[in-house]
Design a protein around this ligand. Sequence first.
Ligand code: SF4
Length: 348
Amino acid sequence: MEKDLRDRTLDELEKLVVSLGQKKYLAGYLFKFIHTQHGRDLAALSTLSKAFRAQLVEHGHFISHLKTIDTLTDADGSAKYLFELADRERMETVLLPEEDRRTLCVSTQVGCPMGCVFCATGRIQFRRNLTAGEIVDQVDTVEEHAGRITNLVYMGMGEPLLNYDAVLKSIRILNHSAGKNIGIRHITISTSGIAPAIERLADEEIRPRLAISLSAPTDALRSKLMPVTHKYPLAELLEAVRKYQARTGQRVTFEYVLIDEVNDSVTHARLLVKLLRGLMYNVNLIEHNPFSGCAFTGSSRPRIQRFAATLKDAGVETTIRLRLGQRIKAACGQLQAGYDPRAQSKRE
Ligand code: SF4
């Protein structure tokens, strides 16, 4: 996607414009056109001369755009978008409107190689990484349909930290004041726990919020739910978080998917508190959402309340995420983009 103008930061556009013998400031017009005016057709960019537009086209430059295949809306206000990419692969994006914010949950890969057993995306084969332009366009296309997005979570299909460069580049584009200008503190990357990438993130000049999906307080249990634990056991993952916090001073969110009778006892909650001692964090409890072929069920409300109360009693800031979008299979862990799940694997 080297020629896709949506895939470039403002700096990169400036270099391109200068390399074509044009004035650097013209890159600002291009950037604004793409990111604030839903610009897709260079012919409509009348602030650039016809000759320059023709030059861009001659050199093969274009502005990519996602094809919206389907939009489902839930009575709770959430919406799920099914997008087709230029190579006809598909992925989904979810809009979660709440009282004071409009959050978009964006995808970073087609499929996901991580295989978390409580997640529908983990059942479909990993196909490819998304480009920064394809990530950015999820925001642009939804904004065109549904208005301004205030918050972003990189928590849709895929493991964002396995597509590190494109994810960081998309954040630079979306956060830029000449473009969508989404505040960096309103952007969250959610990872299943790629320890080296967490350390790398600490050295970036741009600092989105970091969330880590934990979902178990011991390696024995977590490795059954999240195979990533075999590669990065909890000790290594939390050491990376410690280093991240030492360098950034930033608190992290630990996400915990509550599965009935699997990881939701008071003992599990106590072990979790012990495990995370010494870190700056809050916990986000997520009710497990069902999908076809999944053997697990979500925890009952009393078990969720008991788990949350145990954490709160220990002084842990704890929130319970509402089940938005469940009826349209847009809730956490339900995205499949119409792909067939692969054959049941050894993971179960
Ligand atoms: S929870 Fe996230 S990392 Fe795990 S399989 Fe699903 S999309 Fe991938």
